[in-house]
Write a protein that binds this ligand. Structure first.
Ligand SMILES: Nc1ncnc2c1ncn2[C@@H]1O[C@H](COP(=O)(O)OP(=O)(O)OP(=O)(O)O)[C@@H](O)[C@H]1O
Ligand SMILES: [Mg+2]
Length: 377
């Protein structure tokens, strides 16, 4: 089995390090601190918070993970919130039902037996009635449970920005007004769409402004990733030298997702020969670009001529700061303020990232695709 995984939250042997972050987040959450995790796309927010939740659960905390990715209505929000609450209950069904009824009296819990025998709860409610009292019960539930069991509780809302797609402000302000009084519960908010997350948390006129500690998540350190790659290759009988690991990390810029993706392809190519080589790494890069071509084409088609020009310039002169005179002169994109506007648009689209005053491609393979398929023509 390929020892490198990308595209989903990773755990166990596929997850590396983040020790400082795990320590830091765990102690903050145990003290009831609300946290908002920010990072560029695919840096490992979900993987990290799931790991932290697992640890805290083992330490006896109540933990809830609520993913808003597929939520498109207030009703659906009620359902998944209630289901997450139900998951914290243990013991015989009658007891669980009893507990849920007293906590959420306006909801009707149903036991669902899935194929394979696994059971879970679903909730029904009168959809003709007002949803506000139901929501209030939900907001208070975890706090009540925490106090009853004398435990600390942690509630994670992943893909939290999705709230903006179905909420008219009712949930946003309702949550905020209740959550601020919950001393035994820490709430964590994270999401993959940075501009929407910023809208929710950085706008002074919105409910969640100043509602928790902002936690920026950096990349995984080079030395740590380097060790991880070596170990994973060796454990599966593939020989890899430091020079090749360095080559991989230089290409992937140590980005958690793209590093795992590249390693995944490199491992596939090296498994027969049981040895990684420079040539195989180059082949793996080409294969990834090819596999993403349709996606890149459609991104490209939806950009304006100026945006294309900017990205072409960036992929050609990636060592130059996008704000420098050199960049402006070479790419004829107009004034510095035009470039700044373009930077903002492409940053909001999450096609580029900023670090240390410089601008980079979010997707290193997209950059290579432009070099090969646009610039070379
Ligand atoms: N600690 C880690 N160790 C190894 N690989 C990791 C780690 N964290 C993340 N990754 C890699 O990055 C990928 C993305 O991780 P994850 O889905 O947790 O990121 P995310 O920040 O939640 O992404 P999104 O912005 O899309 O929500 C994983 O599939 C994995 O390949
Ligand atoms: Mg995520």
């Amino acid at each position: 089995m390929n020892p490198f995984v990308y595209g989903e939250a990773v755990a166990g042997e596929f997850f590396t390090n983040r020790e400082a972050e795990i320590r830091d987040l765990s102690s903050e959450l145990k003290s009831g601190q609300n946290i908002i995790i920010f990072s560029p796309r695919r840096y490992g927010k979900t993987s990290l918070i799931k790991k932290v939740l697992n640890n805290l659960k083992k330490e006896g905390c109540l933990t809830l993970y609520i993913d808003l990715f597929f939520v498109n209505s207030k009703q659906k929000f009620v359902e998944i919130y209630a289901e997450a609450i139900a998951k914290t209950f243990k013991g015989p069904f009658v007891k669980i039902i009893e507990g849920l009824r007293s906590l959420l009296p306006k909801l009707l819990p149903k036991i669902v037996v899935r194929t394979g025998g696994e059971t879970s709860f679903e909730f029904e409610f009168d959809r003709s009635k007002k949803i506000a009292p139901l929501l209030e019960d939900l907001y208070e539930s975890v706090n009540k449970l925490a106090r009853k069991h004398k435990k600390k509780a942690i509630v994670v809302f992943d893909e939290f920005q999705e709230l903006l797609s179905f909420d008219d402000g009712e949930i946003e302000s309702g949550m905020r007004s209740k959550f601020q009084f919950h001393r035994d519960v820490a709430y964590v908010f994270l999401g993959s769409k940075r501009n929407l997350m910023r809208k929710l948390f950085d706008d002074k006129s919105r409910s969640f402004y100043n509602s928790g500690r902002k936690y920026p998540l950096p990349k995984i350190e080079t030395a740590v990733f380097s060790r991880f790659i070596k170990e994973r290759m060796h454990q599966t009988g593939v020989d890899v030298k430091q020079a090749e690991i360095n080559q991989i990390l230089e290409i992937s810029r140590c980005h958690p997702y793209y590093t795992q993706e590249l390693c995944h392809f490199v491992w596939e190519k090296s498994r027969d020969k049981k040895k990684v080589s420079k040539e195989l790494i180059d082949e793996a890069v080409q294969e990834i670009i090819l596999s993403e071509a349709a996606n890149y084409n459609s991104i490209w088609e939806n950009l304006t001529a100026k945006q294309k020009g900017y990205l072409m310039g960036l992929s050609e002169y990636s060592k130059i700061s996008a704000y420098s005179r050199e960049f402006l002169e070479k790419n004829q994109l107009g004034t510095q303020s035009t470039v700044q506007k373009l930077t903002k648009i492409l940053y909001d689209k999450q096609l580029i990232e900023k670090e240390g005053g410089k601008v980079f491609f979010e997707d290193i393979f997209f950059e290579k695709w432009i070099q090969k398929h646009v610039l070379a023509k």
